[in-house]
Design a protein around this ligand. Structure first.
Ligand code: NAP
Length: 251
């Protein structure tokens, strides 16, 4: 639903060209009012559309796709899956050979069209892939990766949202301790992190170049930064990322 909302908001697609299925179609009224077609029959989606976006929970994939095998058509359909942890090889067992498959890993910021989406593909030509990339670019930024990096993309790009939230939350807690009320501390912390990220994205600089601009010799920024590093700031972040990555590998 977030993907459909984002694509409509961006003007990239006419709502009347989207057909969404789910079992409880009564939950889709808000989209239906915008002109989206809705159905509880997944075959309707395959009959209508060529680009099929699969967004069910991982344990629902086999049940959904096994009922649709006969409906996928080579030369007509492209399957794009945002399902976490389900490989292209697994998906390809459920669709006829040579139906192009794209795996996408967005994050929750897709709801506000600020996702980072990593994409990996099989059996797709350049033009078709560019179309999918362009679609996800309407919902934030997207990048093509090797499928073997999909677990790493999940950790850095999707779990990364939670890691960033904890960093912001700690800033809010610290901000309150040094004098701000919670609402003002939240605004300052979130906008400061947003601004820092925008600096890197817009100027294409390295974080350390931006840090150099803030750190006056013998100043307060370097004193705070060094104290954080003595306490294991970067090390604990890296260890957290690696722990998440190892956990995905085990499941
Ligand atoms: N949320 C994120 O930010 C995020 C990020 C990256 C990847 N993902 C992945 O995206 C997938 C979806 O995540 P989500 O958070 O959107 O989950 P969700 O809210 O549970 O959405 C799953 C949807 O699948 C529908 N569904 C289930 N069985 C169906 C069936 N047989 N036919 C048609 N529709 C069916 C459900 O509707 P009904 O129950 O009404 O059928 C529900 O709307 C997951 O695999 C998740 O790992 C999510």
């Amino acid at each position: 639903m977030a993907i459909a909302e984002g694509l409509i908001q961006s003007g990239y697609i006419n709502p009347g060209h989207i057909l969404i299925t789910r079992r409880s179609v009564d939950q889709l009224h808000s989209l239906e009012r915008k002109g989206v077609m809705v159905s509880s029959n997944n075959e309707d989606a395959l009959n209508y559309a060529s680009l099929i976006l699969l967004a069910v929970k991982p344990f629902q994939v086999n049940e959904v796709l096994s009922k649709l095998k006969g409906s996928f058509k080579r030369g007509k359909h492209i399957l794009v899956s945002v399902v976490t942890g389900v490989s292209i090889q697994h998906l390809s067992a459920h669709v006829p050979e040579q139906v192009p498959i794209v795996r996408a890993m967005p994050n929750t910021a897709i709801a506000i069209r600020e996702s980072m989406t990593c994409l990996a593909a099989k059996d797709i030509d350049h033009e078709q892939f560019q179309e999918i990339l362009e679609m996800f670019n309407q919902l934030g930024s997207s990048v093509k990766i090797d499928e073997k990096l999909m677990d790493a993309a999940t950790v850095l790009g999707a779990c990364g949202t939670a890691f960033a939230m904890r960093y912001i939350r700690a800033n809010i807690q610290g901000g309150i301790e040094i004098g701000f009320d919670a609402a003002t501390a939240s605004l300052i912390a979130a906008q400061t992190v947003k601004g820092a990220a925008e600096l890197l994205l817009k100027k294409q600089t390295h974080p350390e170049q931006e840090i150099d601009k803030v750190t006056t010799p013998k100043g307060c920024t370097i004193a705070g930064l060094n104290e954080m590093e003595h306490r294991g700031f970067s090390s604990s972040l890296i260890k957290g990322l690696v722990a998440s990555y190892q956990k995905i590998g085990q499941d």
